[in-house]
Design a protein around this ligand. Structure first.
Ligand SMILES: Cc1ncc(COP(=O)(O)O)c(C=O)c1O
Length: 344
């Protein structure tokens, strides 16, 4: 997250807007917090350029809760939902959907350890919705083109929301855990088209029914006040930085810098099909895996942290979320170059 957001959040914990109160102790029904909620929701609408029929909600629970909340609201037990299986998070979403109705997995990258985004598939016209994971955090693949379907499109954007300009209105439901590009853990962004709600026959528990959150302006119960406040600050920062188009330009520069090094450095190789490479999570391995621990030691020496790859892929994963400055990517590239020299 941006340093200025940390500073503003820290100051607000001590004394919010010179009120003498902490942001952590003001009531959520006060006009003070209502203003925070209103601004956060309005910023999402503005930054995503959402149509009027889209509702913006900040809900508890992490993206994993959405794996079940989506089918609970959209899928009856005899109906079918279509899912793309592009890795772990998609699989978890599929598992939950099966609790509520039928699931047709219309494409999968399983046989090649999810190193590409499937292109050749058909979504049945009678599916209630089609679910994709727009960016696959663990494998480092990303849908570069959002698929066109005749059925409502649902997107898990947890790891690339607000990182690039896409037609957000092409989705009838978007969800994203805040903790990558938007704010701290503890809150989900949900953007939903009102028109797809209220069509299932089952009774939905009050807190799980999106319609209740819509009608209460995302304030059905006590919302995760601090997490929403920090999301608002981050969205303000994004707007002041030029919005999604401007951050996309920087994200492209950061990703190009690192992918270029991966491609020309004789020690490393990327793990994902070039055209499907993620600009958020960059996965790479070494041609000679025996060198990995020495490279990790070099990385540590240069104060680079958190780039060990997920155990399902191995190697390395550099996450270049919105707030990461390009100079941090340059430090990694420099380390890769100087390590290659020691091996020459
Ligand atoms: C694409 C994607 N979906 C879902 C999740 C799960 O999010 P949470 O831990 O907020 O439930 C993650 C977490 O990294 C993710 O990357």
């Amino acid at each position: 997250m941006p340093k200025e957001v940390f500073e503003q959040a820290a100051a607000a914990v001590l004394n919010y807007n010179n009120s003498g109160l902490s942001i952590l102790e003001i009531g959520h029904r006060t006009t003070t917090f209502q203003a925070v909620m209103d601004e956060a929701r309005a910023l999402v609408k503005e930054l995503m350029q959402l149509d009027d029929n889209k509702e913006v909600l900040f809900l508890h629970g992490g993206a994993s809760t959405q794996f079940m909340q989506v089918p609970m609201n959209l899928l009856d037990d005899k109906e079918t939902a279509a899912y793309a299986d592009t890795g772990v998070w998609g699989i978890k979403a599929i598992k939950e959907a099966k609790l509520f109705g039928k699931v047709e997995v219309v494409c999968t990258g399983k046989d090649s350890n999810y190193n590409f985004i499937p292109k050749d598939f058909a979504v049945p016209n009678d599916a209630k919705y089609f679910h994709i994971t727009t960016n696959n955090t663990i494998y480092g693949s990303q849908w570069q083109k959002i698929p066109k379907t005749s059925v409502p499109l649902v997107g898990d954007m947890s790891s690339d929301v607000f990182s690039r300009v896409i037609d957000f209105n092409a989705f009838d439901l978007i969800y994203a855990g805040a903790q990558k590009n938007m704010g701290p853990a503890g809150v989900n962004l949900v953007v939903v088209n009102n028109k797809i709600l209220g069509k299932v026959k089952r009774q939905i528990p009050t807190m799980m029914d999106y319609r209740n959150h819509v009608s209460e302006g995302s304030m059905l119960n006590t919302p995760p006040v601090f997490a929403i406040f920090v999301c608002m600050l981050t969205l303000r920062w994004l707007k002041a930085s030029g919005g999604v188009a401007a951050i996309e330009k920087l994200n492209c520069e950061k990703a190009a810098l690192l992918y270029n090094e991966i491609d020309i450095n004789p020690l490393f190789k990327g793990t994902v099909a070039t055209e499907d490479r993620s600009k958020m999570n960059i996965c790479f391995v070494m041609h000679n895996p025996e060198l990995e621990s020495a490279f990790l030691a070099a990385i540590k020496q240069n104060n680079i942290i958190g780039i060990k790859g997920h155990r399902l892929v191995g190697g390395f994963r550099a996450s270049l979320y919105n707030a990461l400055p390009i100079r941090s990517v340059q430090v990694l590239v420099d380390t890769m170059q100087s390590f290659a020299k020691t091996q020459a």
